[in-house]
Design a protein around this ligand. Structure first.
Ligand SMILES: [Zn+2]
Length: 319
C-alpha cells in the first residue's frame, strides 16, 4: 500500500533514515517548563532551516512530506498541487525541493489543519507561489492577531497578510480537486480551537492534523482552546471515522493505521486517569512528575517536542 517506504518502518528508523534524528533531539525543550524560557519555537526555526525533508508516496496521487514541522500531505493532478499544511517558515527551501521531486506542477491550493507555526509557517510563500489558502475560521482569527502560546512561552506576532487564509470554513466542508473528493471535518476544541481533519476519500487517506501524534506525546495548546479531554474526544472522533484500510497521516510522526490511533487513545486515557487520581489526592505537579505515572511509555513517547514532564504538566493542567 505504501510504495516508496515500508509502512512497517518505525518512526525512529524513518527519522534516522531522513537524517532527522539529530534535529528532533535538538527540538526537545529540556528544562523549558522549569525555566519558563522561550526556547522551543526559536530552536524549531533554527532546526527547520537545515532539516531534511523526505517524500513518501502513499496511495493514488497522494504523498506525505516529513520534515522538522508538521507533516504535509500533497495531492497532485491536473488542477496543480494541493497541500495540507505548510511546515515551519524556515523550511521553505527544503520543502520546495521535496515538492519539485514529485513533479513540476505549481501549488494551487493549501489547507491548514490548524493555526500553529509548524503547520502554517509556509503560508506566505505558498500563497505567493499562487495558492489559495483554506482553513477554519479560528485559524484565521489566531493568525490575524498577536497570539501567545503559554505552553511554549512564546508570543507570535500577527501573520503577514499573504499568510492569512482567505477561504474560511466554520464546520464540515467538501471539495473536489484533482479527481479527488476531500471531506473536511471540524473538531470540537481539541489540540486548539481551530483543528480540522482532511479525508481523501478515493485513496482513503486521513490527515488528522495535530489531534494525533504517532508514538509521541502530543503538545496541547490550552492558550487557544486545547485540552487533554478535548484531545481524547478528538481521538474518539477519529476512531469513529477511521477504518482498518485507511492510511492515517498524523500531525507528527510516521503515517499509521487505526491500530496506532487506538494505541494513542489508550496511552492518553491511561495517563490522564493516573494524573487525575494523583491530583485528587492533593499531589502537586512536582509530586506527580516524581511519581512517574507515564514511565512505561516515556522512552518511546517522550522524545520529540514533548518531554515526559512537559506532557504531564499539560495533563495536570486539564484534570
Ligand atoms: Zn499544533
Amino acid at each position: 500500500m505504501v510504495t516508496t517506504t515500508s509502512a512497517g518502518i518505525s518512526r525512529r528508523q524513518f527519522l534516522a533514515a531522513g537524517g532527522l534524528a539529530v534535529a528532533a533531539g535538538c527540538l526537545v525543550p529540556k528544562g523549558l517548563f522549569a525555566q519558563g524560557d522561550d526556547v522551543l519555537v526559536p530552536n524549531a526555526f533554527k532546526e527547520a532551516a537545515t532539516a531534511k525533508v523526505t517524500v513518501q508516496t502513499l496511495r493514488r496521487n497522494i504523498s506525505v512530506l516529513y520534515g522538522a514541522g508538521g507533516n504535509i500531505a500533497v495531492l497532485t493532478g491536473p488542477d496543480g498541487k494541493l497541500l495540507v499544511d505548510s511546515e515551519i517558515v524556515t523550511s521553505r527551501a527544503n520543502v520546495s525541493a521535496a515538492l519539485a521531486t514529485i513533479n513540476a506542477d505549481p501549488i494551487k491550493q493549501l489547507i491548514n489543519t490548524h493555526w500553529h507555526f509548524d503547520h502554517t509557517g509556509g503560508n506566505e510563500w505558498v500563497h505567493e507561489a499562487g495558492a489559495s489558502i483554506l482553513a477554519h475560521e479560528n485559524t484565521r482569527k489566531n493568525l490575524s492577531k498577536e497570539t501567545r502560546v503559554e505552553g511554549w512561552k512564546h508570543t507570535f506576532p500577527a501573520a503577514p497578510a499573504g499568510a492569512i487564509p482567505s477561504i474560511i470554513v466554520k464546520d464540515d466542508h467538501t471539495l473536489h480537486v484533482n479527481d479527488t473528493t476531500l471531506m473536511l471535518n471540524h473538531y470540537l476544541p481539541a489540540h486548539t480551537d481551530s483543528d480540522i481533519s482532511v479525508h481523501f476519500t478515493e485513496a482513503d487517506i486521513f490527515h488528522t492534523g495535530d489531534t494525533f501524534w504517532n508514538r509521541d506525546y502530543p503538545f496541547i495548546d490550552y492558550s487557544t482552546g486545547g485540552s487533554i479531554d478535548g484531545t481524547i474526544r478528538a481521538t474518539e472522533a477519529n476512531l469513529a471515522k477511521v477504518t482498518d484500510k485507511m492510511i492515517v497521516i498524523p500531525g507528527h510522526g510516521a503515517v499509521g493505521s487505526r491500530a496506532d490511533l487506538i494505541l494513542f487513545r489508550d496511552v492518553l486515557v491511561e495517563i490522564r486517569e493516573k494524573v487525575a487520581a494523583l491530583k485528587r489526592q492533593g499531589k502537586s505537579l512536582a509530586e506527580v512528575v516524581a511519581a512517574k505515572p507515564s514511565a512505561r511509555y516515556d522512552a518511546e513517547w517522550g522524545n520529540l517536542f514533548m518531554t515526559p514532564s512537559a506532557f504531564l504538566a499539560l495533563v495536570y493542567q486539564g484534570v
